[in-house]
Design a binder for this molecule. Structure first.
Ligand code: SAM
Ligand code: SF4
Length: 332
């Protein structure tokens, strides 16, 4: 074989085992922290990867050491026939986890099919437990459906169901302890995510709340909160209230980044390989595939992109001024 056995290891010795694939740029919500207020331009379907292209790339990455794939977007569940794509990905030998991040709006209708198709983990996004606020943050309705989706997913045996909650000052920071209370009887892991700057999301320092501030807030109501042991590549710092069924975690991408142990790569819906969520460095695997590249020709392209990955992102102030794409176009 002509390729190096380790094309997914970068110049800092980080081995990449986790691939996030965005399957659509479209969404049925308009979360203010994720996309520009004026919306995003919908690009033609032909510019998006086909299922064949996604499965081919997934196979290639898995053969090079990826063991976990997450489907994201945009809203992945509105990509037509997502169950079929899931089925095809789940069959790839070597995949140990096939996860999906969803806003939950169409999950009640698709849960059963996705479970049968092979989804091993669900992350469902929900930033508020108050219906009127849900509308303020997402600019759409559907709160009750998301709650139903979470309850159904937990009842289907997923344990934990991870809940992604982006915390912003002045929007939902007063609900942090309500979310903790929700873990008393439910198999949930609430992941409090630091608000991150992206193109067009009008990031402002005043909206940012660090994980340590969130932790202080929780500790004042739950003084017995305990830190749990994390795995080597966990991005989340995990805690639990003793005796509670579920747990909580913090994703401190901004205040305490975890770049040194980063094991992730991303493929955007239009087929760009993105080695860092916060870097604008992208290469088009779609263009290479469509111009006839074989797998042996794709490998050096991938290796070169991975080897250019930087040691860490530039810090939240620099990022907030960079020209990165909006989150909805990157795939969270
Ligand atoms: N539509 C799906 C969803 O909302 O779960 C998947 C895509 S979404 C881009 C993935 C995750 O990114 C969501 O949990 C969302 O809350 C998070 N996210 C989006 N914009 C963010 C930002 N500016 N800061 C932190 N997290 C963000
Ligand atoms: Fe859509 Fe998810 Fe972005 Fe909200 S966070 S606008 S649900 S892609």
């Amino acid at each position: 074989m002509s390729h190096s056995p380790d094309i997914l290891t970068d110049g800092f010795g980080r081995r990449h085992t986790y691939l996030r694939i965005s399957v659509t740029e479209r969404c049925n919500l308009r979360c203010t922290y994720c996309m520009p207020a004026e919306g995003i331009e919908l690009r033609p379907r032909e510019e998006m990867l086909t299922f064949e292209e996604i499965v081919r790339l997934a196979r290639l990455f898995v053969s090079e050491g990826i063991t976990k794939i997450r489907l994201t977007g945009g809203e992945p569940l509105i990509r037509r026939d997502i169950e079929e794509l899931t089925r095809r990905l789940a069959k790839i030998e070597g995949i140990e986890a096939l996860a999906i991040t969803t806003n939950g709006l169409v999950l009640p209708r698709k849960l059963d099919a996705l479970q049968k198709a092979g989804i091993t983990h669900f992350n469902i996004s929900l930033d508020t437990l108050r219906p009127e606020r849900f509308r303020d943050i997402t600019l759409r309705g559907g709160f009750e459906t998301v709650i139903e989706a979470i309850e159904m997913t937990a009842a289907s045996g997923y344990d934990p169901v991870k809940i992604n909650c982006v915390v912003q000052r002045g929007f939902n920071e007063d609900e942090i302890t309500d979310f903790v209370a929700w873990t008393e009887h439910m198999p949930l892991e609430i992941r409090f995510i630091e608000y991150m700057p992206f193109g067009g999301n009008e990031w402002a320092d005043s909206l940012f709340i660090s994980y340590s501030e969130m932790l202080d807030t929780i500790r004042s109501s739950y003084p017995t909160l305990q830190r749990l042991v994390n795995g080597p590549n966990d991005t989340s710092k995990t805690y639990a209230v003793p005796g509670y069924r579920g747990r909580i975690g913090f994703i401190s991408s901004m205040s305490e980044h975890f770049c040194a142990s980063c094991n992730r790569l991303r493929i955007t819906a239009d087929g760009n390989l993105k080695v860092c969520l916060f870097g604008s460095n992208e290469i088009s695997l779609r263009d290479a595939i469509r111009s006839g590249a074989t797998d042996d020709e794709l490998r050096p392209l991938i290796a070169a992109a991975v080897s250019r990955k930087k040691a860490s992102h530039d810090g939240m102030y620099e990022i907030s001024r960079s020209d990165n794409r909006p989150m909805i176009l990157i795939g969270g």
